[in-house]
Ligand binder design. Structure first.
Ligand code: PLP
Length: 1041
């Protein structure tokens, strides 16, 4: 029985509400009692609402055997997620002259792929039930009760609550889009510039980017940089004391590039040293401090690398760098690592931001985004993304990297952590962490049985337990402590900022230390019994200042930081203001109920490498199991890998799976990847990274469809080498190509595999499945269709689904068995693609919650309304704008392109003028100039209500009139508000006003734009040329700030 029919049955009858026929609803798989209380508030519905006020763990089962909130309450999550009310849907259908949503689907999705099926999913939960269920699952993660000392690049940290509440959990920050419209993104651009400055400062390197996906992929990007710098050198040397996940991910990437990875001691004297000196490697990489905790002096090595034209790459730790000499101070070309321990919760592996800094020489090879300083139309300082011509959006398979969605939100959290603590606070934290480590080394030494292996350390000890390893590890488990299990008789113990004397005492006790925590602490201070402690940091203490810029020395009280965060937020447009109909980006609602679980300790406090996940992270495994089941149901695939942490990473993982499959069949020559010219830039960039050769495919000018003729010709021409064809469906033009199955048949006929870019899954869910039209693998952008917010440029989650024959080739992991010995991630896997076994695990609850609350009927309806809304807007605009592509019945999919190219000739107006003018209406531009130059692609999503759609339409119609005014000679192009947009408050309120239109027209171009609620752009139109010519990518010097 669906939730709706259940509600109808019991609707508004107090008797039936208490009827025993109300279904028992299992909200938990663990032992839980729900304490329910009736709301005291007046009113019929409220009075009877069940309010869940707490969850207690008890010994047995799980079933809430009383009417639950969802059974009782007329509220339905589906109606909260979907914007248009039923009467609005009626009106929208009338506009389209159709009778039902079904008819809309008939006119949109080709018969050949439409599937009449009901997805098998549990009944939807209400928001209150979801909260209970999420809590229950989080409680099932026993690891939350363990103290983690595992380290390996992941540490407990304290997220300052002021940052948690005002940034991480604040839709004004997390629903922002990537700052491609800089005039309404100055807040997050400033925050990312702070991040770049922080990274440059701590690493002592002059250039840093605006974050990457994780430490291991950052190291893989460094390999890409090295190959671009030294294309003839196909060998890379990795120190064997790097984190194992970093080594493994670099190996995966290297094999795609045809590069040999050699593991060894980069400081060794033998063959390696000689080969380094002979310049045989494109890069030499090492960890500082290394994975066992030791601090080594790499300065001679980096010198040799410079002589030998080899990139020296240092994977490092920002907290350690506040104490240790910085990589830039001992000659490194690149420093990279994770900023997780700067206030970003462990989250079972992610999302966290990675940093990447380099010397000036490599600036143009820098992966990822870069924020730069420029000026606006009034000559004032303004920020923007710079050097974008390096990126895949423009350079495609020649791009320096493949970073589209990165981890912007997490980078912002980390830089705010540095701002809040300031240089002194960061140093104090680091010194405290180091002192605890010293105290532990004293205690372990005093036990007389165990030996600290590393003589130098910052926060990590490798301890040789000899024959007693089993006993000590068991004792640790009994006392709920997770240590790192290393080879032979060794273990690793890493300290962090959450340590206390009590915790230290508990650890010491595990090692049978005869000394108390206080005694160890004291001895660590005076170091009488252990003079070597004076040299714990290897004589490598940092002498230079850190975080000297004013921004890191200004906001150390909560009032000050709250106001700074608010000041930045106020400069930015996000979904809290109005819609951002960015084609292909699906800027839909992230509901509060979906995001709340990510703050539960049981989800966010867990180290990704806890031993025995079946026991310690049962809750996570259940949640991922349910999410996987739902995604399999929607796509028809046999397995899903959650490891890729962005869409681009998903593409890469999928293509590597295809490549490994061909190799397993003796077809390693299959290296050609056919990709339409209209594809997203990440497609060719991923193919190149996977070692494939990109062959571009035309699309026809009339319908935007792939040319079957050319496709057949290309497949035939490359029949011995065809690896894959990569298509987005519905296409990047917003059209369901009728011939999709034919295309799949052609690919398969010629021995290739069909890769489907699932960024447009929002048009498919519940109505057709990629597997049915022949796609072998597909990535799913969870940060689009499945509600993970865009966060101003990430977090991302890009799982892939694969057909049965590709399952063995999904990513594996060197530390954690991702499939408990199953086929997934087996020996045939090309290797891991991310640092963490399940990528950005801690935000999977968002998508899971969406599915659980929508249920199959709700999800299906969401697709229908997304397509309806796009067609409603298309229809209302088509008299005034040319709609570029539609399907055979004149309908678009969930997005459509308006052709603004003709205006250039008739009025001198281009897509970006329209985009800037939309800012004056308080609206965000659609996707600009992609997939067709000088056009706008609109995707409204199902979450926007009709009133919002109408306002957007009204704005575009007013803009069309402004273009017509130019066309009719009523105003000159350069005098039009379109060319002066956006209008800032400073300009509109300035003394001078020399425009031919009024101030009011400039700032309040439609009746719905009101002074009391207007969102003002904080700067005028950006001057791109100035920014390119005067490159500056860090905060100004103190005087200029
Ligand atoms: C069609 C398409 N494919 C792939 C991607 C890449 O996804 P991500 O940004 O998560 O790397 C995007 C992102 O906008 C996209 O629109």
């Amino acid at each position: 029985m669906t939730r709706r029919s259940l509600l109808t049955r019991i609707a508004f009858s107090p008797l039936s509400r208490h009827s025993s026929s109300v279904k028992r609803r299992d909200v938990s798989s663990a032992a839980v009692t729900v304490n329910a209380a009736k709301s005291a508030s007046a009113g019929f519905a409220k009075e009877n609402a069940v309010v869940i006020d707490s969850v207690e763990v008890s010994s047995s089962s799980v079933v809430v055997d009383r009417p639950t909130a969802a059974d009782h309450h007329p509220d339905s999550f589906v109606d909260r997620h979907i914007g248009p009310r039923s009467e609005d849907i009626e009106k929208m259908l009338q506009t389209l002259d159709v009778k039902s949503l079904d008819e809309v689907m008939d006119l949109t999705i080709p018969r050949s792929i439409r599937r009449e099926f009901q997805m098998q999913m549990p009944e939807p939960l209400s928001e209150q039930e979801l909260a209970v269920r999420a809590r229950v699952l989080s409680l099932e993660n026993e690891a939350k009760d363990f103290s983690s000392y595992i380290g390996m690049g992941y540490y407990n940290t304290i997220t300052p609550t002021v940052i948690q509440r005002n940034l991480m959990e604040n839709p004004g920050w997390y629903t922002q889009y990537t700052p491609y419209q800089p005039e309404i993104s100055q807040g997050r651009l400033e925050s990312l510039l702070n991040w770049q400055t922080m990274v440059q400062d701590l690493t002592a390197l002059p250039v840093a980017n605006a974050s990457l996906l994780d430490e291991a992929t950052a190291a893989a990007e460094a390999l890409g940089m090295a190959l671009k710098a030294h294309p003839d050198k196909k060998r890379v040397l990795l120190d064997h004391k790097m984190h194992p996940q970093t080594i493994a991910v670099v190996k995966t990437r290297a094999s795609g590039f045809g590069v040999t990875v050699e593991l060894g001691d980069v400081m060794g004297k033998g063959e390696e040293e000689e080969e380094i000196e002979r310049g045989l490697f494109c890069a030499v990489m090492f960890q500082y401090p290394d994975t066992e905790g030791a601090i080594r002096d790499y300065s001679k090595l980096t010198h040799k690398c410079t002589q030998a034209k080899t990139l020296s790459v240092c994977a490092t730790d920002l907290l350690a760098l506040s104490q240790l000499r910085a990589p830039g101070e001992f000659g490194c070309d690149v420093a990279l690592g994770s900023a997780q321990r700067f206030g970003v919760p462990l989250g079972y592996g992610g999302p966290h931001a990675a940093f990447f800094a380099c010397s000036e020489e490599h600036l143009r090879r820098l992966p990822g985004r870069l924020v730069g300083v420029s000026i606006d139309s009034s000559g004032n300082r303004a920020l923007r993304l710079t050097l974008t011509t390096r990126e895949q959006h423009i350079r495609r398979d020649k791009a320096t990297s493949n970073i589209c969605t990165a981890q912007a939100l997490l980078a912002n959290i980390a830089s705010m952590y540095a701002i809040y603590h300031g240089p002194k606070g960061i140093r104090d934290i680091a010194q405290m962490v180091h002192h605890y480590t010293r105290a532990l080394s004293v205690g372990v030494g005093a036990s007389g049985h165990f030996r600290v292996v590393n003589e130098t350390f910052f926060d990590t000890l490798t301890i040789d337990l000899g024959q007693r390893k089993g006993e000590i590890m068991e004792r640790a488990q009994q006392r709920k402590h997770n240590f790192r299990n290393m080879d032979n008789n060794k273990i690793g113990v890493s300290m962090d900022e959450t340590l206390t004397m009590d915790k230290l005492a508990a650890v010491l006790d595990i090692f049978h230390s005869p000394l108390s925590a206080e005694e160890c602490w004291k001895e660590a201070t005076v170091a009488t019994s252990s003079p070597s402690l004076h040299w714990a940091m290897g004589g490598f203490e940092r002498e230079s200042e850190i975080l000297t810029h004013k921004v890191f020395n200004s906001y150390h009280s909560e009032h000050l930081l709250t106001r700074y965060l608010k000041k930045l937020e106020n400069k930015d447009f996000s979904l809290v203001h109005s819609m951002a109909p960015l084609g292909s980006c699906t800027m839909k609602l992230t509901a509060t109920s979906e995001i709340m679980p990510i703050s539960l300790r049981g989800f966010n406090s867990i180290h990704p490498f806890v031993p025995n996940p079946q026991q310690q992270t049962r809750g996570y495994l259940s949640l991922m199991g349910e999410l996987e089941q739902d995604l399999k149901e929607m796509t028809g695939y046999s397995a899903i890998s959650f490891q890729p942490n962005s869409g681009a990473q998903g593409e890469y993982a999928g293509l590597r799976a295809i490549d490994a499959y061909h190799q397993s069949r003796g077809n390693s020559q299959r290296k050609v990847c056919v990709i339409p010219k209209s594809a997203h830039g990440t497609n060719p960039a991923s193919a190149q990274m996977a070692g494939l050769r990109v062959v571009p495919l035309d699309v026809d000018k009339e319908g935007g469809n792939v040319s079957i003729e050319q496709m057949t010709k290309l497949a035939d021409k490359h029949k011995h080498t065809l690896s894959a064809v990569m298509l987005t469906y519905p296409s990047t033009f917003g059209v369901f190509e009728e011939d999709i199955k034919v295309i799949a048949d052609i690919v398969h006929h010629y021995g290739g595999q069909f890769y489907l870019d699932g960024a447009n899954m929002n048009a498919l869910v519940g109505h057709c499945r990629p597997v049915d039209f022949g796609a072998d693998v597909c990535h799913l952008n969870m940060h689009k269709t499945f509600c993970i917010p865009h966060g101003g440029g990430g977090p991302g989650v890009g799982p892939i689904g694969v057909a049965q024959h590709l399952v063995p080739f999904l990513p594996n992991h060197p530390v954690i068995d991702v499939n408990a010995g199953g086929a997934m991630g087996s020996q045939s896997s090309p290797g891991p693609v991310s640092s963490a076994p399940w990528g950005s695990s801690s935000i999977l609850p968002i998508s899971w919650a969406f599915m659980r609350m929508m249920g199959s009927v709700g999800l299906k309806k969401a697709t229908e309304v997304a397509i309806l809304s796009a067609n409603y807007m298309r229809k209302r605009l088509e008299g005034e704008y040319k709609i570029l592509y539609t399907g055979k019945h004149g309908f678009c999919a969930h997005e459509f392109i308006i052709d603004t190219r003709p205006f250039k000739k008739t009025s001198g107006i281009e897509a970006h003028d329209i985009a800037k003018r939309l800012q004056d209406f308080g609206l965000h531009a659609p996707t600009m100039s992609w997939p067709v130059g000088n056009t706008l692609m609109i995707e409204p999503t199902e979450s926007e209500d009709k009133g919002e759609l109408d306002r957007y339409i009204e704005a575009l119609l007013i803009i069309r009139q402004e273009i017509r005014d130019i066309e009719q000679g009523l105003i000159l192009t350069h005098q039009s508000p379109l060319k002066h947009a956006p209008h800032t408050a400073a300009v509109v309120c300035g003394e001078e006003w020399d425009r031919v239109y009024s101030r009011h027209t400039g700032a309040f171009p439609a009746p719905f734009v009101q002074p009391a609620s207007k969102v003002w752009p904080s700067v005028g139109r950006l001057n791109d040329q100035y920014g390119d010519l005067n490159l500056a990518c860090s905060c100004d010097k103190v005087e200029g700030f």
